[in-house]
Design a protein around this ligand. Structure first.
Ligand SMILES: [Mn+2]
Length: 664
């Protein structure tokens, strides 16, 4: 083609040259006449026109040189077929008018049908929601893109790469560590016959369950198993809401045994060392939240919890208390001084346990201080402390966080009581700087520590931190010298945290309480500490009057919609009081607690897990006592959100229970 144009160009030039020569001869013979001028003019005009036409033609030729069909002709179809590329043209009403030969090759013909009727997923392409979609049809997976100007769809066959990717993610390793809660305690004391029975309930069920699903399971210890599976199997377990946990708990209950499973499951990486580390941490988390649940984490993501529908039970053994006491004793002895810190807005339990620990440290003649001048004290505690300022000041050293930072050294032991997170601590800067931190707490573990404690004694089955501290007394070298006043404050802490020995109260709560009485705790004074003022009495009545039953599950809401600010301590007290109503299973009091801050106080009788509900909304707490604070929100907004979260939670619990029926 190109040669032809070149030839044409050459001919034109020769033609023009001949004409010019003839004209020159005429001019030479006749001289320049008028006719000559006209002829010359036409000659130049013609030549220009010819060159113009040729140049346009040339330009077009250059453009078309890359046209596939010009080079390959019919063979281009093969390229589309090998590449798995198809084209579909449709009209204004989305009817297919043409399909490329590729579809003939894979035996699909949908001409005259609507695209959306053939592949309903394409609707999102036409709506412009997405640019590309993956569609499954017959045995094929197509990636489809749309060219809106040309009413054209591009199809690419991605079946192979899709299947390989899927297979790859299904085969990804998942590691789990399973712990049989309470197993050790049971098998230690029971007869051989009974142990055999427990084994058949727990171990056999667990192993059968694992084998049925194709999970590799290996015993690590008497009460601990390692499990390995791939992501496909894991997805099945997840879909069943970890039914094995319910099954073991139910089997135990049917036989009067408190047995449960805790699991730490790690995924999202093929690094086995990392998976192993993750499972250890996760299992620790699941157990410190009271066991009977799964803690699950994908590498680089947040921890999720499943289960935990039963309340935590007493599981700390006397042996563990002795070991912990021994460890704390060593820690104190090996420190240059001890600083005790509590949570913000310190309450009776927090202060009581700080005083108790302060006396334990004093018995070893070590310097000890309590950070009480930073972080704030709860109102009634402030009054009681002021009343006894002198007596307490003689026996304890109260300081601020800044003072604490001044005296902190590498060898200083910082004891966190009644909390285990820096965000709610009275002394977050101290936690950040301290080298040796020991945690004593009874709140369920919420997430990973942001610091590295040398000892973490978290017992969510204990009623209060005070109960845990009193239990440490008998194991110290000398009798701990606790004054009657200190005992009374600790006793008050237990009363507050158990709502008068009702919530989370076990036999060991009473043992600790009676120990405090032996130290001279004054019950009358403890109650005096807690008495309401008239204003408080009025506010509490207001909350009580606002309560109503929210649903058939016995959830009670008590929202205070007007702008009244009710102190946090008061809304939790009111929640406790409403919970004593027979129909109430869980109570949520929602109110403004300060300027622009709304609080929720949640209580449960032990069926509904209010910790889960509050955590979902960004709060935290225990199974049956939890709370939440939110800035710049209104009571109305929180009530609406709470309504949604609770409905979702109840749905989940109900579906959980139906799983049990299915699996048993
Ligand atoms: Mn407490």
């Amino acid at each position: 083609m190109k040669e032809k144009v070149e030839q044409l160009k050459f001919t034109t030039i020769v033609g023009v040259l001949i004409q010019v020569s003839i004209l020159a001869i005429y001019i030479f013979l006749d001289g320049v006449t008028q006719t000559m001028f006209i002829v010359l003019f036409f000659l130049i005009f013609e030549a220009s026109l010819l060159f113009y036409i040729i140049s346009i033609y040339e330009r077009e030729l250059k453009k078309n040189i890359a046209d596939v069909s010009d080079i390959l002709g019919e063979e281009s179809k093969d390229a589309f077929i090998i590449g798995g590329l198809g084209l579909v043209v449709y009209d204004a009403s989305y009817n297919i008018v043409w399909m490329s030969d590729y579809f003939k090759h894979i035996e699909i013909n949908r001409v005259n049908e609507k695209v959306t009727a053939w592949l309903p997923d394409t609707v999102s392409l036409f709506n412009g929601d997405v640019d590309v979609i993956n569609v499954e049809y017959d045995d094929y997976i197509f990636r489809i893109a749309r060219n809106s100007q040309a009413r054209l769809l591009y199809f690419k066959d991605i079946t192979t790469e899709y299947n390989i990717t899927k297979k790859y993610s299904q085969e990804a390793p998942v590691m789990a560590l399973v712990h049989l809660d309470n197993y050790q305690e049971y098998t230690q004391y029971e007869e051989e016959q009974r142990v055999y029975f427990i084994d058949s309930i727990v171990k056999q069920n667990l192993i059968n369950w694992a084998n049925d699903l194709g999970i590799f399971i290996k015993r690590l210890r008497n009460d601990r198993y390692l499990m390995l599976m791939n992501d496909e199997i894991f997805t099945k377990i997840l879909r069943n809401n970890f039914s094995i946990i319910h099954k073991i708990r139910n089997e135990g209950q049917n036989n009067d045994l408190v047995l449960s499973l805790s699991m730490g499951i790690a995924r999202g990486t093929s690094d086995y060392t990392q998976l192993e580390e993750m499972t250890n941490d996760l299992l620790e988390l699941a157990q410190s939240r009271g066991g009977d649940q799964v803690a699950l984490r994908s590498a680089g993501e947040e921890v999720h919890y499943y289960g935990g529908h039963s309340e935590s039970r007493e599981r700390r053994s006397k042996a563990r208390v002795r070991v912990i006491s021994q460890t704390i004793k060593e820690l104190i002895k090996n420190s240059d001084k001890v600083i005790i810190i509590g949570h913000k807005n310190c309450d009776f339990d927090c202060m009581g346990s700080a005083l108790g620990m302060s006396r334990i440290v004093s018995s070893y003649k070590k310097e000890v201080s309590i950070v009480a001048k930073t972080g704030g004290l709860e109102e009634k505690l402030t009054q009681s402390m002021l009343e006894h300022q002198e007596a307490l000041g003689e026996r304890h050293h109260f300081i601020s966080e800044d003072d604490a930072l001044d005296i902190l050294t590498y060898q200083t032991l910082v004891i966190m009581v009644d909390h285990h997170s820096d965000t709610i601590s009275s002394s977050p800067r101290l936690i950040e700087r301290a080298n040796r931190i020991c945690v004593i707490d009874h709140h369920r573990r919420k997430k990973d520590f942001t610091f590295q404690p040398i000892l973490s004694y978290i017992e969510s089955a204990a009623s209060s931190t005070g109960e845990l501290v009193v239990e440490l007394f008998p194991y110290q070298e000398k009798r701990v010298n606790l004054s009657a006043l200190e005992a009374t404050i600790m006793y008050t802490g237990i009363i507050v945290d158990t709502h008068g020995f009702v919530n989370r109260t076990g036999s060991r709560t009473f043992e600790s309480a009676s120990q405090l009485q032996r130290y001279g705790a004054d019950l009358r004074e403890a109650n005096q500490f807690l008495n309401d003022s008239f204003e408080e009495f009025e506010l509490r009545n207001k909350v009580l009057a606002s309560s109503y039953i929210h649903d058939e599950f016995g959830v009670v809401f008590a929202p205070i919609y007007d702008q009244t600010e009710i102190p946090r301590a008061l809304i939790s007290q009111a929640a406790d009081e409403i919970l004593s109503v027979q129909e109430a299973q869980a109570v949520f009091v929602i109110s403004n607690i300060s300027d622009k801050k709304v609080g929720v106080s949640a209580r449960s009788k032990g069926v509904i897990n209010v910790q889960k509900v509050m955590e979902e909304m960004g709060g935290g707490g225990h199974f049956n006592a939890a709370a939440l604070q939110r800035d710049n929100s209104s009571v109305k907004e929180l009530v609406e959100e709470l309504d949604k979260v609770i409905s979702k939670y109840l749905e989940e619990v109900i579906s959980d229970e139906s799983d049990i029926i299915e699996w048993c």
